[in-house]
Design a protein around this ligand. Structure first.
Ligand code: SAM
Ligand code: SF4
Length: 336
């Protein structure tokens, strides 16, 4: 008799894994300078999980106690069938929250259908409010379309919308006040993210562009009164959060370099090739695609493999912002 399946995923350090970030594509209509090289080779179709395979993966994780699911990529909204996939996942019994991270370029058309499909919250990435600079940072992006997408998302009635900004010294760090003002005036949250050394890029030096969350917080404190939000459960994950006094907007700082949050880690990722990544900053992984495509003997083989993999989740990440990246995969293939 095979061992019974656990009801929860718990790793060797006692951390409960309740959050899955599922990448639905490695493709994107942008080429953000910190995320991708200018010329990218994307995966051939056969190596990408089908919508049905993505659904099977998500279902297995939810059966095993995952309560929050984030659809990401690449750019999830370039994947054909994304709204239908969201609708099927939104109905999984036991799932508390279906959320999605997007660059916003297709939200003007898709925000309302996604909300209707059951997506509860959105993260929308925006690194500049200046059109030329926005174009330079994304290489292909049109700020006007993203702003229209943000408006469509506001009108669609998501529970919360958070802007994500990767801050690069000398490129957009002078805009943090404007970005917070923009978010606050629209009732949105905002998170500032330290650049992570994922994938090799030539466009800029990651070490020189680095700016710490502590630096940013000091600058913002001159303009806004920030009230620290306690988070005894660690549910907010790696973001340290503050409320802007007198508003409902929150500011988060995601600081993988300057703040080690690994002891609170409650998440794993699955890439669009079906690789279960146990840690963003390590290569520990398991090939789920091979299992998904194997002729079915044991109908719970996928569940068992996922549960068994938890024992290999590393205690902490190991990337540095100096020198060469230790992790060769890009954020877009990782599922950011
Ligand atoms: N395309 C979508 C988007 O841009 O929101 C979803 C995928 S993207 C990989 C998810 C998040 O990762 C974005 O907020 C992006 O800014 C961030 N990101 C990408 N590369 C990064 C890096 N090297 N360091 C830190 N954040 C990064
Ligand atoms: Fe595309 Fe998002 Fe990466 Fe930018 S950060 S290139 S939008 S996947």
């Amino acid at each position: 008799m095979p061992a019974p399946l656990p009801e929860e995923l718990v790793d060797a350090f006692g951390r409960h894994i309740r959050y899955l970030r599922l990448s639905v594509t490695d493709r994107c209509d942008f080429r953000c300078v910190y995320c991708m090289a200018e010329e990218m080779t994307f995966l051939p179709r056969r190596e990408v999980l089908s919508l049905e395979e993505l659904e099977r993966v998500a279902t297995a994780f939810v059966d095993l106690g995952v309560r929050k699911l984030r659809l990401t990529g690449g750019e999830p909204l370039v994947r054909r069938g994304i709204v239908d996939l969201a609708r099927r996942l939104g109905r999984l019994p036991g799932l508390d929250e279906l959320v999605l991270t997007t660059n916003g370029s297709r939200l003007a058309e898709l925000a309302a259908p996604l909300r209707d499909a059951g997506v509860r919250r959105l993260n929308i990435s925006i690194d500049s409010l200046q059109p030329d600079r926005f174009r330079a940072l994304t290489r292909t992006g049109d700020l006007g379309r993203v702003l229209a997408g943000i408006e469509a998302a506001r009108a669609a009635g998501f529970d919360r919308i958070r802007l994500n900004t990767v801050v690069l010294r000398g490129r957009n760090d002078d805009e943090v006040i404007d970005l917070v003002t923009f978010a606050r005036d629209r009732g949105l949250d905002i998170a500032f993210i330290e650049e992570m050394p994922l994938g090799h890029i030539d466009e800029h030096s990651r070490a020189e562009a680095f700016i710490s969350s502590a630096d940013l917080r000091e600058r913002l404190a001159d303009h806004f009164r920030l009230e620290a939000l306690g988070d005894p459960t660690g549910a907010a994950g790696p973001a340290r959060r503050f409320r802007i006094a007198g508003s409902d907007s929150r500011i988060g700082f995601i600081s993988p370099h300057s703040n080690n949050f690994c002891h609170l880690c409650n998440r794993v990722r699955v890439t669009v090739e079906g690789r279960l990544l146990l840690c963003l900053g390590n290569e520990h992984s398991l090939d789920l695609r091979e299992l998904l495509r194997r002729p079915q003997g044991d109908p719970l083989a996928l569940h068992r493999a996922i549960a068994g993999a938890m024992a290999r989740k590393p205690e902490r990440h190991h990337f540095s912002h100096e020198g060469e990246p230790e992790i060769v995969r890009f954020m877009s293939t990782t599922g950011g």
